[in-house]
Each structure stands twice: as structure tokens, then as C-alpha cells.
Design a binder for this molecule. Structure first.
Ligand code: UDP
Length: 350
């Protein structure tokens, strides 16, 4: 397939691009490089067996006309849409940035896809969207593990900005079906994505870093003096938040599985998680074991927008598509992140 990967210079998008190339697909990465790394794409191009099948366009997804042109020129048939701002805390501080980039940006991208249905090659037929468990908000305890039919009531602008895109996709698929256009969409609701490519070529490099596992590893490496646990008074066994950590390579694998099994006229949603949760304290202890280094920890205030417990019931995608996470051991997941950070202490370099 010919796949446009938005946000392909970012953490998850670059792993998806890597996997698509490995499977023999052609990939065009579109990224505005506001958070992504040109070097991630460069490394893939240099080291992938068929790196010549990887293109890169420095573009914002809000640039509807150039994106439409790119779809025509590269005869794109599938979009994997990762480009987004992804920090819960930041979304609470700057909600409009999230609605502008994530919601309005997706609208522009979808508009370009819609226009492409009149292109000679048939245009974009499949749209795989990076959604998030944050769309579920704070599910009642009896709805955890979370199934896809759990009510979606996001409690932060990040989750809200993504939920609106799910709705746009559903409506666009329905409209396309009515007008006879060949279009399908999938909303993949990620839980907490973690780890790095097991060959050590690409990995997670955020500035600033806000995610638990890389922060804990940085603290173990002495790159920061210590770390803060955001709240110890949640209604969980040890008082800290519980999340479902899914390996980034599994996530890439799920995208490819979904892409190959999409049915025209449908907009599906799947949870992507391993199906069990770990508390913040359990994650920190696991990082200490993997790195064999102690992590200085202080207890701080709760972080705005954090639901106490989020972990997936991943049964739907297993039953319908036969996909399940293969990295289910937290320490093994963390070791891939540790390996990446050890080999690339400055990330991709700045
Ligand atoms: N967390 C923490 N200290 C940190 C970073 C994160 O206690 O320095 C907590 C955070 O409050 C949340 C969990 O770790 O409960 C996972 O946070 P992360 O930012 O990695 O992912 P999110 O769940 O926000 O997508």
C-alpha cells in the first residue's frame, strides 16, 4: 500500500513507518517537526532495507492544498494519522493549541482525503487514526478494564480534541458510503505507549519529557536529580495512578493489522493495550530493577487531568482481528526504552 504517515518523525509515527517499510509498503512521512525529529526519518532511510521507499515532506497537516497534491502525486491510498500534540498537562494549560493542532488539523487532513476521492487513482480509502484512552475520561470502577463501548467523557482537552476527530471520522465514513466513495476509518485508542524499537535505531525523544518511563530512566541515569510522583492519594492499592503500558512495536503491528483488514463503509474503534495496569510506584520499581539503579522519588501534588485508573480490555481486537500485544512483561518493555536511552543519551541530538 502507499501510506501517508502524518507525524512520522515522532515517537509512534516513526515506529509505524519503520514497520510499514519492513512489510514492503511505500511511506510518505508528513511532519511539521514542531515535536518530531528529522533524524528519526533519516535513520530509517539510511538503515531500513528498503529505505528508498520512504519519502519525507516538511508540512503541517493544516496545509490542505499541499497535502491533497501530495496524495495525488504519490497515489496515496492509506493515511495513518499520528501528528498531534499529546501532553495531558499541557492541554489543560493551552486547550486551544490542542483543538487547533489535533481537531482542526485533523479536519484539514480529512478534507484533503475527501477531495482525493475524485483523483484518478481513487484517493485515500483507509484512514487509521491515533486516538487515545484519554477519550474515556474517568470511567466508573465497574467499567475498568475498559471496553470500547465504555462511555467517552474526556476530562481534559487532549482527550476532547481526539474524541471530536473520532466523531468526524464516523460522520465522514457515513457520508462517503452514501455518496458511493470507497472509504473506511479506524480509531485506535492507545493506552500508555512505551519502549523503543528493539534494534535501537529509533526511540522516544520528547522535549520536555513528561512521560513516566523515560523520566524514571533519566532519573536512574542521573540525568535528573530525581522525580516526582504526581499524587499518592488516588483510590488505588498504593495510592498512585494505574496505567496500561503497551510496547510501541506492538502498537505499530496493530496499525498494520488493522490497515489490512478494513472494510469499506465502516468506522471501527479498538483499544490498544496489554489488558493489565501498573501503578506509578510499580513502574518506578520496575525501572529500578531494569537499570539496577536507585531512583530518588518525592511525592507531589496530583497532576491536573489525570484519571486514577485506565487499563484496557483488549478482547475486541483479539476477537475480530486476531491481534494481541506480544510484549506483555513490563520489565521487558522498559528494557527496550533503557537500551535506547543508554545508546542515545541525547536522543536524536539537538
Ligand atoms: N507521572 C508521575 N510522575 C512523572 C510523570 C508521570 O507520577 O514525572 C504519572 C502521571 O501522573 C500518570 C502516570 O505517571 O499517572 C503516567 O503518566 P504519563 O505522562 O507517562 O502518561 P499519561 O497517562 O498522562 O498518558
Amino acid at each position: 500500500m502507499k501510506v501517508l504517515v502524518t507525524g512520522g518523525a515522532g515517537y509512534i509515527g516513526s515506529h509505524a513507518a519503520q514497520r510499514l517499510l519492513a512489510d514492503g509498503h511505500s511511506v510518505v512521512v508528513v511532519d511539521n517537526l514542531s515535536r518530531g525529529h528529522a533524524r528519526a526519518v533519516q535513520r530509517l532511510r539510511e538503515h531500513a532495507r528498503n529505505g528508498d521507499r520512504l519519502g519525507f515532506e516538511h508540512l503541517d497537516i493544516r496545509a490542505t492544498d499541499p497535502i491533497e497534491t501530495l496524495i495525488r502525486e504519490h497515489r496515496i491510498d492509506t493515511v495513518m494519522h499520528f501528528a498531534a500534540l499529546t501532553y495531558v498537562g499541557e492541554s489543560v494549560e493551552k486547550p486551544l493549541d490542542y483543538y487547533e493542532n489535533n481537531t482542526a488539523g485533523s479536519l484539514s487532513l480529512l478534507r484533503a482525503c475527501e477531495r482525493s476521492w475524485s483523483h484518478a487513482h481513487g484517493g485515500v480509502r483507509r484512514f487509521v487514526f491515533s486516538s487515545t484512552a484519554a477519550t474515556y475520561g474517568e470511567p466508573p470502577a465497574d467499567r475498568v478494564p475498559i471496553r470500547e463501548d465504555c462511555p467517552q467523557n474526556p476530562i481534559n482537552p487532549y482527550g476532547a480534541s481526539k474524541l471530536m476527530v473520532e466523531r468526524m471520522l464516523r460522520d465522514s465514513v457515513a457520508a462517503a458510503a452514501r455518496s458511493g466513495s470507497d472509504f473506511a476509518a479506524a480509531c485506535l485508542r492507545y493506552f500508555n505507549v512505551a519502549g523503543a524499537d528493539h534494534t535501537g535505531l529509533i526511540g522516544e525523544d520528547h522535549d520536555p519529557e513528561t512521560h513516566l518511563i523515560p523520566i524514571a530512566i533519566q532519573a536512574a541515569m542521573g540525568k535528573r536529580p530525581g522525580m516526582t510522583i504526581f499524587g499518592e492519594d488516588y483510590p488505588t492499592t498504593d495510592g498512585t495512578c494505574v496505567r496500561d503500558y503497551v510496547h510501541v512495536e506492538d502498537l505499530a503491528d496493530a496499525h498494520v493489522t488493522v490497515m489490512q483488514k478494513m472494510t469499506t463503509g465502516t468506522c471501527v474503534a479498538y483499544n490498544l493495550g496489554i489488558g493489565r495496569g501498573y501503578s506509578v510506584k510499580e513502574v518506578i520499581a520496575a525501572v529500578e530493577r531494569v537499570t539496577a539503579k536507585p531512583i530518588p522519588v518525592r511525592i507531589g501534588e496530583r497532576r491536573a487531568g489525570d484519571p486514577p485508573v485506565l487499563f484496557a480490555d483488549p478482547a475486541k481486537i483479539r476477537a475480530e482481528l486476531g491481534w494481541s500485544a506480544s510484549w506483555t512483561d513490563l520489565e521487558r518493555i522498559i528494557s527496550t526504552a533503557w537500551e535506547w536511552m543508554r545508546r542515545n543519551p541525547e536522543g536524536y541530538g539537538r
